[in-house]
Design a protein around this ligand. Structure first.
Ligand code: ATP
Ligand SMILES: O=c1ccn([C@@H]2O[C@H](COP(=O)(O)O)[C@@H](O)[C@H]2O)c(=O)[nH]1
Length: 202
C-alpha cells in the first residue's frame, strides 16, 4: 500500500509570499514540501502505534529522519508488506503533491491512484463555488481535461492518462471511505476506469 502525505495549507507562508518576504515562488515551495515530510512522520508514528510497519521516503535527502526515495527499495518494502509513505512531493518546485502521487504510482506500477480529499468526488463545476454542481460517478481523463474539472492538476491527470492509472476521488472526511476505496467498492468518482475497475466497484 502506498500513501502520499498532502501538504496542509500554511497560511503563514502564504502571508510571507504576499508581503514580498519570499523572493520567488520556487523558494516558497520548499517549506510546503517540507510540510509534507512533517505530515508523513506523524502518519508513520500513528500507523506504527497501530502495529503497521511503515517507511517514509523523501524526494530530497533528509537521511537523519527518513530514507531517500529509491524506487527499487520502495518496491521491496511493499513486497514485504510495509506501507511506504512518499513525502516532499516530487522534490521540485512548480509541481503538486497530486503530480507526485501520479509520478510515484507510475514508477512503482501501482494499480490506482486514490485521491482522498475534502469533497465527495468530481463535480461538473467547483462545488466550493457552485452549490448546484452535480457529483459525477465516472469520467474519462479527456473529460476531466477538456471540461477543466480542476479537482486534480493537469500534469497529474495527464501522467495518469499516459500510464493508464485510474483515479478514484473521494471524501476523506466520511468514515469508512478509505476502506471502501481500498477494497474497490463504489465511492466518489472514478476517472479513467476500465471495464475491470468498473466491475471491481460493483
Ligand atoms: N470539478 C470539481 N470537482 C470537485 N472538486 C473541485 C472541482 N473543481 C475544483 N475543485 C476543488 O478541488 C479541491 C480538491 O482538490 P485539492 O487538490 O485542493 O485538495 P487536496 O488534494 O485534498 O489538498 P492537498 O493536496 O493540499 O492535500 C476541492 O476543495 C474543490 O474545491
Ligand atoms: O512536488 C511538489 C509538491 C508541492 N509543491 C508545492 O507545494 C504546494 C502545495 O502542494 P499541494 O499538492 O497543492 O498540496 C504546491 O502548490 C507547490 O507550490 C512543489 O513545488 N512541488
Amino acid at each position: 500500500m502506498v500513501i502520499f502525505a498532502g501538504s496542509t495549507t500554511q497560511p503563514e507562508y502564504a502571508t510571507a509570499l504576499s508581503h514580498g518576504i519570499c523572493k520567488s515562488e520556487s523558494w516558497f515551495t520548499t517549506p510546503l514540501m517540507l510540510a509534507t515530510v512533517m505530515n508523513a512522520i506523524f502518519l508513520q508514528a500513528t500507523m506504527e502505534s497501530l502495529g503497521i510497519p511503515t517507511r517514509v521516503q523523501t524526494a530530497f535527502r533528509m537521511s537523519e529522519v527518513a530514507e531517500p526515495y529509491i524506487r527499487r527499495r520502495a518496491v521491496r518494502h511493499l513486497e514485504k508488506g510495509r506501507v511506504v509513505i512518499f513525502a516532499a512531493g516530487t522534490g521540485n518546485p512548480f509541481f503538486t503533491t497530486d503530480t507526485a502521487a501520479a509520478l510515484r504510482c507510475a514508477e512503482i506500477n501501482a494499480e490506482v491512484v486514490l485521491k482522498a480529499t475534502n469533497v465527495d468526488g468530481v463535480y461538473d463545476d467547483d462545488p466550493r463555488h457552485n452549490p448546484n454542481a452535480c457529483l459525477l460517478d465516472t469520467l474519462t481523463y479527456q473529460e476531466v481535461i477538456s471540461k477543466e474539472l480542476s479537482v486534480m492538476d493537469l500534469t497529474a491527470i495527464t501522467l495518469c492518462q499516459e500510464n493508464n492509472i485510474p483515479v478514484v476521488v473521494f471524501n476523506l472526511g466520511k468514515p469508512g471511505n478509505i476502506s471502501k476505496a481500498i477494497r474497490g467498492e463504489s465511492v466518489g468518482t472514478l476517472i479513467g476506469g476500465t471495464q475491470n475497475s468498473e466491475a471491481a466497484r460493483t
